[in-house]
Design a protein around this ligand. Sequence first.
Ligand code: HAM
Length: 423
Amino acid sequence: MKLQAVKGTSDILPEQQPDWQRVLHAAQQVLGGAGAGRLTTPIFEHAEVFEKSVGDSADLVVQKEMYTFEDRGERRLTLRPEFTAGVMRSFIQHGMHTRPTPVKLWSTGPIFRAENVQRGRYRQFHQLNYEMVGVDSALADAETIELLYRTLTVCGLTKHHIKLGSVGDPDDRRTYNDYLRTELTPLQDRLSPTSRERLRLNPMRVLDSKDEGDQQLIANLKRPLEMLSGAALEQFEQVQSYLSAWGVPFDIDPGIVRGLDYYRRTAFEVHYHGIGAQSALGGGGRYDGLLELLGGPNLPGVGWAIGIERVLDALEQEEPRVAAVEGPALFIVPLDDAAVAEGAALAQRLRAQGLRVEFAYQRRNPGKGLRDADRLGSRYAALRGDDERSRGVWQLKDLASGEQQELLAEDLGAALTQAPRAL
Ligand code: HAM
């Protein structure tokens, strides 16, 4: 039997790690710089944490996307299908409402959804998540969106764009859902099966259908933005004026709807062209009422999550690309058996000075040794045989220029650190 990774999961290979690190560095820099602390939550939680929060009609539940199982103690557990609910559970459990307001938290790690797999849509993927609890103003929404935009810019993206909308207050949602039911129920036989199910549970989500037939049926219907009440509309307009003043580019998307039930008012997504149908790099919005629903204090919240795999795909589309992996500064080539152990000891000394050094584990002839160094992308090779040993030196070869010089072992570190690309 040939072992394969489970469909919809993937390995993150060494050459992909530098881009991965960029996302984490960007989070640290941008979110840390705005006062957010990192919170690590467990990968599994009691199922009710997610069942309560995402809502009966949310896509996760509608499409049975949660990985829920019973453990040996007959506890119902769920592999997290998003961060927000777990972060709120942690917020409540650790009494974080007593901390100075607002409380800003970022998290990252694997997320699990039993989805239909396609490009950009996996069953185990990774999110970078940000939440801000305690402020309900348009300023908080706008700052949250600016942080999303800038995090992606610092990752190295230049072509991402924000789509801004509002799902209104619960009353607005109800009015809009009633309107959709009235309009679409007579036509429901012509809707796709998913949309028919959504019409029953969360009509708004019909707008998000990718089905062409569905799109034709809803083309002339009103969008949620057209039915916003006073307060939600006012907040929506204020968010726009902050973003414009700060130079954060955005488009208004009157039909923006989100797949989770907890959203109120401001809702947004960030998209990128060129990564296939799943073009949303991230999304989020305001979720006032969620903490209370989970048994916590009545505090408002706003946040977002980005899909790291999709960000990596987008980074691949960016020009110019920065070289993903750098080779070692030095590759050590022992030309006889005695030089093997000497090479290993030298490597350890140089690594202790912070240099990246690799060596051959068996003696090599010079041609093969230099080819190995080249394949690894090493800048220098150090060779030693009997002749060099008798003089206590290593032959240092610059693989780019071909230049060669003899150096004492103790001088190698300094020579490499002074070299332009040595680290
Ligand atoms: P979401 O829109 O469900 O929001 O997911 C956020 C992002 O995760 C998506 O925009 C996408 O980039 C990525 N993503 C979602 N599903 C998949 C998948 N199957 N494969 C790969 N990537 C995927 C949330 O999860 C909310 N909790 C965000 C939030 C935080 N709202 C408030 N705070």
